[in-house]
Design a binder for this molecule. Sequence first.
Ligand code: DQA
Length: 154
Amino acid sequence: MPAETGRLLIINGPNLNLLGTREPEVYGTATLADVEEICRTAATAHGLAVEVVQSNHEGELVDAIQSVRGSAERPGADGIVINPAAYTHTSVALRDALGAVARPTVEVHISNVHAREEFRRHSYISPVVDAVIAGAGLTGYRLAVDLLAERLQG
Ligand code: DQA
């Protein structure tokens, strides 16, 4: 196995811990563990290390974004995949955190947010990320990892 050439942080927002049982007609039956496996498999194929986090708390998500800068205790990350879930539509704090850390970032939504309620069409996050993937199901996470690998290594 080649040495890892970079690190990705995969961040999942509120209620995504319930994937598999939460509104399966919208989000499918795969679980957060499946998301982790998809990301790990794709990242490993590109020689990237990956960490997957989930929180239901806005401040913890801000802390996770800031953690990409690294510290004495833990390594940072070179790129971010984020599904901010409901905070997509409400959170200036997450937007500011992403703007502050300035890492290549892909926003992922499992469902097609543009084909749902009106309030889901607005994202506070999209203006500060490199790409947005919505409606591709869990494949969106793999596409996001592939894109970040290309951006980081290409
Ligand atoms: C979501 C879409 C959001 O509108 C919703 O609040 C979520 C999940 C998605 O992955 O499709 O929790 O981000």
